[in-house]
Structures are given as structure tokens and as C-alpha cells.
Design a protein around this ligand. Structure first.
Ligand code: NAD
Length: 476
């Protein structure tokens, strides 16, 4: 395993001052360490991306598509190693690690197809005024910085890398210091495919490295996925340089369960929405709004299901949920358990760390949580579900929308007309009806309100890396 940085087509050792420790969260122990990239190395990566830009943006769209298909194929060839690494470094159960890998493969394949269609998007624009012609050219934005978090390392990076490369941009990727080994695969694949040097650069590091990249004046755009606090710093650097930014930030999403639902089915959706990836999802549906008529039947069933989940080390046990990915996240979730006790919340399941090595917590359910509870409004990023009851459709919509975030929501109802109506009224970027966390590359990803700016995936994900130019000619 290469444990360093990929700059200008070469693997180099880090010259920064931070030592990055890579941990197995199921044991709470490190299994690799290496030095972060220095600020000078970030400069070198940006310079390499700048040098590579003219040639890369002039390549034919079909040539770029061939590289993207190569990424998809090579990810498949590294299947077992990448699944194992995600299980070991993220603590993901095997089936979740498999789905992440398949998502990354689907993303590269999809943007290969969109790249092939690019020439047809450059077309003449019909004008009402005679004597002129006009044509559209979609051009790459240029050199882009990509900063990503640790919860879905393969996926989040693929959602940025694939459209950026398809558009003809060159990139500097900074993975999270918590899971820095997984995205090394993208550098290894670039090597194996003979991607021109400098088109893809990877620098690893903590906040200092991230800030060096987001403050860099050699970038044309920055795309960031992560917390709101860092996102606002990234936006400040973008504003200082008047350059575009995409922000994919946090969430505190609602799952609305109407009383015409099948109880067992609803429980399955609710549990998946809060325990997948141990709840470490921007899109976790962590606020349960359950209608009065079904609440008394549903909550005990939900409690029993959460208590019976198999929580353990995905590498050695059959598990439904693994550990939290970092000690910092474990401490953060534990601090919310303490807050819940101070606030006197009614705990129906969990509410504690597990008494074993590693960073495990129990799947947790609090019932009848007051609206002014911190647990109701703040993103916890763990398997902690807060429930409230509602009487009417109107009340459900109002309470679901009472959030500073607006990433996703789930609506569960046998009345599909009502479900569609509620979906339309929710102030979020993506709504699931009678399904949970189903993300398809053709649909968009991104939030309203405090959940971010811009959209990834689908054609919108490609547009994020394109600049529109018109050429207008006078015929006279
Ligand atoms: P984070 O903001 O702490 O870190 C994200 C990335 O930013 C990391 O690579 C980190 O090293 C880097 N970074 C840290 N300080 C920086 C700075 N000052 N300047 C530039 N970069 C810096 O987030 P995290 O803890 O890694 O991830 C969890 C957060 O990500 C949650 O809030 C979650 O909701 C959000 N998230 C959002 C989406 C989405 O699509 N909306 C997806 C996944 C995660």
C-alpha cells in the first residue's frame, strides 16, 4: 500500500509537519502512519494541475471517456482490497463497503457516457434577431480543488473526480486524514491507465493541508464536502478570491411516517436511515416524525429492532453495524448521550458507548424529544434517532421543515398522492418515498438552506465543472 502523495504523476513522501495515523476503529488502534503533504507540496500539486490543463482540456471527449471507463474497470479489479480497506479503516459492514464500491464504479461509468455526449452540447443558438449567429461552448472551469470527508471516501471522491475529469478539468484531491488510504486507489489507477501527469493529484493531510488548498490562488474552483464549520471557512477563501465553490454540508433530516404504513416495513426504513454507516451520513434521517395513530405500535417495534442489531467488528463478525470511524466522532456522540441525560430525554434504546475495545456505540432511540432539545436540531453523525409524534399532514410538514438544514427527507405512506404532496412541500434537495437512502447517479445530490450550495451527480454534477461560453458573430 502506497502511503504518500501523488503529485505530477509521481508518488512522493510527505514533507509536512503533521503525522497522519490511520486507525482500525473496531480495535481503536493505528495500523499505518505517514507524514502529511507540506504547503509547498500543495503548491506543487496545483502547479502540476495547471501545467496539465491545456493538453487535458483539448483531448477529445471520447478520449476522456475512455479514461473514465478505465477508472470504473480498475476499481472493479481492486474490488476485494478496497472492500477490506473500507471495512478496516471506516468500520463498514461488508455489504455497505460493497455498495460504496459499486456506487463509485457506476459514477465513473455514467460520466464516461456524459463525456461522450459533450460534443453534441456545443451547438448553435437560434436567435430572434436577424444578422447574427451564436453558438454555445461548454468549457472546463479549469483547475479544481476537491476536499472530501471520511464517511464515504470512495463515493464522495468519485462524485467529484469523475465529472471534473469528464468536463476537462484537472484536479487536486485532498482526502480526509481519517481515511487517507482508500483514495490512494485513484492515484494508482491513474498510473495504471497512463493518465497524463498532473491531471489528477492527491495530497493528504489535516486542516493545514486543506486550508493550503482552499486558500490557493492557483485554483479556478473548489468543491468541498464536509462539516458546516469548515465549509464556511472554505467559502470565505472562495469569496476572498471571487471564485466559485460547491459545498455539500451537513443535515438533520426527517423521516415522516404516516399511520397507513405497514409497521414492519416502516421500522425497516427507519432503522436503515439511521444505522447505515453507523449513522455517519450527511443524509441520515435522524428526526423521526411518526403519526399518532401508528406511534404506539411502531415505537416498541423500533426499540426491539434497534436493541437486536448485531454491532461488532466487520472484519471478524457478522454485523449489521460497525464502530464509529474515529475516536473524535465517538467522543462527540458520547457527549450527546450526556446531553440527553442532562435534558432528561426518554431513552428507549441505547444511549451509551459499548463496553469493549474500539469506538462502538449502541443504536439509540429517544422518544417524544422536545423541539428545543439540542438533539432534535443538531447534526450528531451517529446512530442516534430522535422521535416526535404528529397529528396532521400539515404539522408533519411544518416540523420537518423547521431545521437550519435541508438535505434530504423520507416519506412513508400507503397514500401515494399524499406522499407526493408532502414530498413537494419539503424544503430539501432530495426526497425518498417509501424507500430509504437510494441514490442513483442520474439524480441530483445536494441540499437547500444550511446543507450547501450546488448539486452533484446527474448532468448537474457535470455542469458544476463547466463554464458556458457563447460566440456571437455579426453576419453583416
Ligand atoms: P470536516 O469538515 O471536518 O472535514 C472535511 C474535509 O475538510 C477533510 O478532508 C478535512 O481534512 C478538511 N479540512 C479540515 N479543516 C479544513 C480547513 N480549515 N480548510 C480546508 N479543509 C479543511 O468534515 P468531516 O468530519 O470529515 O465529515 C463530516 C461532515 O461532512 C458532516 O457534517 C457531514 O454531514 C458532512 N458530509 C456531507 C455530505 C453531503 O453530501 N452533503 C456528504 C458526506 C459528509
Amino acid at each position: 500500500m502506497t502511503t504518500s502523495h501523488y503529485i505530477a504523476g509521481r508518488w512522493v513522501e510527505g514533507q509536512g509537519s503533521d503525522c497522519i495515523s490511520v486507525n482500525d476503529p473496531a480495535l481503536g488502534q493505528p495500523f499505518a502512519e505517514f507524514m502529511a503533504a507540506s504547503v509547498t507540496q500543495v503548491d506543487q500539486a496545483v502547479a502540476a494541475a495547471r501545467s496539465a490543463l491545456p493538453a487535458w482540456k483539448s483531448t477529445g471527449a471520447s478520449e476522456r471517456a475512455a479514461f473514465l471507463r478505465g477508472f470504473a474497470e480498475q476499481l472493479g479489479q481492486r474490488r476485494e482490497a478496497l472492500i477490506t480497506l473500507q471495512m478496516r479503516n471506516n468500520g463498514k459492514p461488508r455489504h455497505e463497503a460493497e455498495i460504496d464500491l459499486d456506487d463509485a464504479i457506476a459514477t465513473f461509468t455514467y460520466y464516461a457516457e456524459l463525456a461522450e455526449q459533450l460534443p453534441s452540447k456545443n451547438r448553435d443558438v437560434p436567435l430572434a434577431v436577424p444578422g447574427f449567429t451564436a453558438r454555445t461552448r461548454l468549457e472546463p472551469v479549469g483547475v479544481v480543488g476537491l476536499i472530501v470527508p471520511w464517511n464515504f471516501p470512495l463515493v464522495t471522491s468519485a462524485w467529484k473526480l469523475a465529472p471534473a475529469l469528464a468536463a476537462g478539468c484537472t484536479v487536486v484531491l485532498k482526502p480526509s486524514e481519517v481515511t487517507p488510504l482508500i483514495e490512494q486507489a485513484y492515484g494508482q489507477i491513474a498510473d495504471a491507465l497512463g493518465l497524463p501527469a498532473g491531471v489528477l493529484n492527491i495530497v493528504n493531510g489535516k486542516a493545514e493541508t486543506g486550508a493550503a488548498l482552499s486558500n490557493h490562488n492557483g485554483l479556478d474552483k473548489l468543491s468541498f464536502t464536509g462539516s458546516n464549520s469548515v465549509g464556511s471557512q472554505v467559502m470565505r477563501s472562495a469569496s476572498a478570491q471571487c471564485r466559485p465553490v460547491t459545498l455539500e454540508l451537513g443535515g438533520k433530516s426527517a423521516i415522516v411516517v404516516f399511520d397507513d404504513c405497514d409497521v414492519d416495513q416502516a421500522v425497516e426504513w427507519i432503522v436503515a436511515g439511521i444505522t447505515w454507516n453507523a449513522g455517519q451520513m450527511c443524509s441520515a434521517t435522524s428526526r423521526l416524525l411518526v403519526q399518532d395513530g401508528i406511534a404506539d405500535a411502531l415505537l416498541p417495534r423500533l426499540q426491539a429492532t434497534l436493541e437486536n442489531l448485531r454491532v461488532g467488528n466487520p472484519l471478524t463478525e457478522e454485523v449489521d453495524m460497525g464502530p464509529l470511524t474515529s475516536q473524535a466522532q465517538w467522543l462527540k456522540v458520547a457527549s450527546y448521550f450526556a446531553t440527553a441525560r442532562e435534558e432528561g430525554l426518554q431513552c428507549l434504546a441505547g444511549g451509551k458507548a459499548l463496553d469493549r475495545d474500539g469506538w462502538f456505540v449502541s443504536p439509540t432511540l429517544y422518544a417524544d424529544v422536545p423541539k428545543d432539545s439540542r438533539l432534535w436540531s443538531e447534526e450528531i453523525f451517529g446512530p442516534v434517532l430522535c422521535a416526535r409524534r404528529f397529528a396532521s399532514e400539515e404539522q408533519a410538514i411544518t416540523e420537518a421543515n423547521e431545521s437550519r438544514f435541508g438535505l434530504v427527507a423520507t416519506v412513508c405512506s400507503a397514500d401515494l398522492e399524499r406522499a407526493e404532496r408532502v414530498a413537494d412541500a419539503l424544503e430539501v434537495g432530495h426526497v425518498w418515498i417509501n424507500s430509504v437512502q437510494a441514490v442513483f447517479v442520474e439524480t441530483s445530490w445536494g441540499g437547500t438552506k444550511g446543507s450547501g450550495i450546488g448539486r452533484e451527480l446527474g448532468p448537474w454534477g457535470l455542469s458544476a465543472y463547466q463554464s458556458v461560453k457563447h460566440v456571437t458573430r455579426c453576419l453583416g
